[in-house]
Design a binder for this molecule. Structure first.
Ligand SMILES: [Zn+2]
Length: 285
């Protein structure tokens, strides 16, 4: 059995692929064709965020291209069927949940605990939307609040579910300092930098050195670490509505920022795939 487990883990560890943790499936199989072609071209893998109604069409592609696509189930925390959907996605081989967004209560509300527990039992990764969110139809009343998706709400979830890996999308925009601080103390939290942040900060990219400040610091006031503080960041493009061009734009912005901040090639290899490859391998069972 041990040999079998080892063989299953090997493909993740051997690969040096780029991993994009944040690609929304728009429900159009033609988009998946284009996405897979793109991923083949760059030797990449994407976490495909899939609405429950699109599970079947996504599943076929994920099975066909296991080196390219990893399924994530985009459930709604307030859906009465949420727990059953977690089971369904898990049974279909999906490795994570998200992007979770628009909750009616704060992310850390105790009533969502059973969903997080189930995900932890399945060793799923959860991608949470954090910070400011778009308002796509301003004329339609919607019960959405950024206050319920504050980045600090991830802290309590991470502490209560230590075997759950959390990815906060958008680095809590604009609560970057809070995002980095909770990632510093929670080994199971990472962030992507997708969205407007790298555009907003493009004239001030070294700003991020003040956010991820603890590289090589030895102090009882910060966890022992030999890695760059920037390794709390992972790559995510937030491609949505089929706009695959965002992948290249986001990749270029990440590279500009990391180079401006002097982040080593070794740390960048983890940011662009190494970290998530290890998380995926550890969660295989
Ligand atoms: Zn988002």
């Amino acid at each position: 059995m041990r040999t079998l487990a080892f063989l299953l883990v090997v493909p993740y560890l051997l690969a040096q692929q780029l991993i994009d943790a944040h690609v929304h499936y728009n429900g159009d199989p033609a988009f998946l064709e284009k996405l897979v072609a793109k991923l083949e071209a760059v030797d990449g893998m994407a976490f495909l965020l899939t609405d429950p109604k699109d599970l079947e069409s996504a599943r076929g592609f994920i099975r066909k291209f296991p080196k390219r696509l990893v399924g994530f189930g985009q459930i709604r925390l307030d859906d009465p069927q949420a727990l059953a959907l977690v089971d369904r996605f898990h049974e279909a081989g999906f490795r994570g949940l998200g992007e979770l967004s628009g909750p009616l209560k704060d992310f850390h509300d105790k009533s969502y605990e059973r969903i997080y527990k189930r995900a932890e039992d399945y060793r799923m990764i959860i991608l949470f939307h954090t910070g400011i969110v778009n308002r796509t139809n301003p004329e339609v009343p919607t019960d959405v609040s950024v206050d319920r998706m504050r980045v600090t709400t991830l802290d309590n979830i991470a502490r209560r579910f230590p075997k759950l890996t959390l990815i906060g999308a958008h680095l809590g925009n604009p609560d970057y300092a809070w995002a980095a601080e909770i990632a510093r103390w929670n080994p199971n939290i990472y962030f992507d930098l997708s969205g407007s942040t790298l555009i907003k900060k493009q004239e001030d990219l070294t700003f991020f050195k003040s956010i991820f400040w603890w590289s090589s610091v030895v102090s009882p006031h910060t966890p022992k670490s030999t890695t760059s503080a920037f390794e709390k960041v992972i790559f995510g493009s937030d491609v949505f509505n089929g706009e695959l061009e965002e992948f290249d734009r986001e990749l270029a912005l990440y590279k500009r920022m990391l180079s401006a901040c002097g982040v080593s090639a070794e740390a960048q290899a983890n940011i662009f795939g190494g970290t998530l490859r290890r998380v995926l391998a550890a969660g295989q069972h």
